[in-house]
Write a protein that binds this ligand. Sequence first.
Ligand SMILES: Cc1ncc(C[n+]2csc(CCOP(=O)(O)OP(=O)(O)O)c2C)c(N)n1
Ligand SMILES: [Mg+2]
Length: 368
Amino acid sequence: MAEATMLQVLSPSGDVQSDLLPELSEERMVDLYRQMLRTRAIDTRMLALQRQGRIGFYGTCRGQEAATIGSGAAMLPEDWVYPALREGAVLLLRGYSLEQYMGQLVGCALDPTHGRQMPCHFGSDAHNYVTLSSVIGTQINQAMGTAWAMKIKKHKKVTLGYMGDGATSSTDFHCALTIAAVHKVPAVFFCQNNQWAISVPFSKQTASKGIAAKAVAYGMPGVAVDGNDVLAVYRATKEAADRARNGGGPTLIEAITYRQEGHSSSDDPTRYRDAKIHEEWMQRDPLDRYRRFLELEGLVSAEMDAEIEAEVKASVNAAILAAEASPMPDVNTLFTDVYAEMPEQLLEQREDVLQERNEGTADGAFPL
Ligand SMILES: Cc1ncc(C[n+]2csc(CCOP(=O)(O)OP(=O)(O)O)c2C)c(N)n1
Ligand SMILES: [Mg+2]
C-alpha cells in the first residue's frame, strides 16, 4: 500500500494539487485520457477474443493504464523503451499502427515478427521499442546497457526500462542498477508495482519498505509515485528523464498500482486474491480518477467522453477485422528472416517446402 512520501497530483476524487501539475497543454491532457481509454478498450476486446479462441493468449494492462501511459508519454520519440509485460500501449503511444498491433496478437502477415512471437510480445525498430523478453528481469540489464551505449556515443537519448515488482527480485535488477549508478547512465528504471507476481503477493516479494527505497543502496534517486494518478506518473518520469538527459544519471521509480485482472488469460485470480482488498483497489480506478479531474476542469464533458469512447472502440474493432482478414505470414519468411544471406542448407530446405507446396503435399499451414 501507499507510502507516506508517495507523489500524488490527483486525489482519488479527482481534486488537483495545482502546484504539482505537470506542464501539459489541455489538448495533451485529453489525449492522455484517450490513450488510457483505448488501452482499456483493447484489453476488453482481446480478453474476449481469447475466450472465443480467436487469439491464443493475452495479458492485460487493466488498472495500470495511468502508470503505463503517464510514463510512456514523458519520453521523447528518440528515446529507447524496454517494456516488461504490460506496456504494449506505449508502443501505440509512439505511433505504431493499431493494425500491426492486432496483427501481432493474431499472428498474421501484418505482424512484423511474422507470427513467431507469443501474443503481446510487441517490438518495433522504427519506434525504438525493443521486443519484450518473456524471461523476467532480463530487459533491465538490456536497458542499462543501451543507456550506457547512449552515454558513450554522446547521444542525448534516455532509456526507459520497465519491470514488474516480481522482476525486482531477479539478479538482473541488482546488476543493472549497480552498474547504471556507477556509470551514471541515462536510464529511468520504472517498476510497475501492481501488487502481484502471478499469485505471489508483494508482501512475499520483499521485506523492504517498497521498491523505491532500494534506490538508496544503489546510489540513485528513488521515487514512489501513485501509479493510478496519470499526472503524477508523468511528472515523476519527466523529471527523471530530464535529469538523465542532462547527465544526472539514473532514477528508480516505483509506481504503486494494481493489476485488476488475472496475470494473463491463463490465470484465475479469484483462487488467491482477497475479495475485499480487490474491491478497495477497484474503487481507485485510474481512468475514473482522471475522468473526474478532466470533468472538474471542464476539459471533457459527458458527451465528449462518450464520443472518445465510441471512436476508440470503432478503431479497435476495425483493426481486429483487418488483422483477421489478413493472410497468414508468407512461408518464405521462415527462411528469409534467419540470416542476412541464406546459407546453402536453408536454400535447399526452402526449395523442398516450395516443391511440396506446388505438388500439393504440404499441409496448408503456410500459404505462400
Ligand atoms: C526468469 C523467469 N522466471 C519465471 C517466469 C514466469 N513468470 C512469468 S510472469 C511472472 C511474474 C512477473 O511478475 P511481475 O514482475 O510483478 O510482473 P507482472 O506480471 O505483475 O506485470 C513469472 C514468475 C519467467 N517468465 N521468467
Ligand atoms: Mg507485478
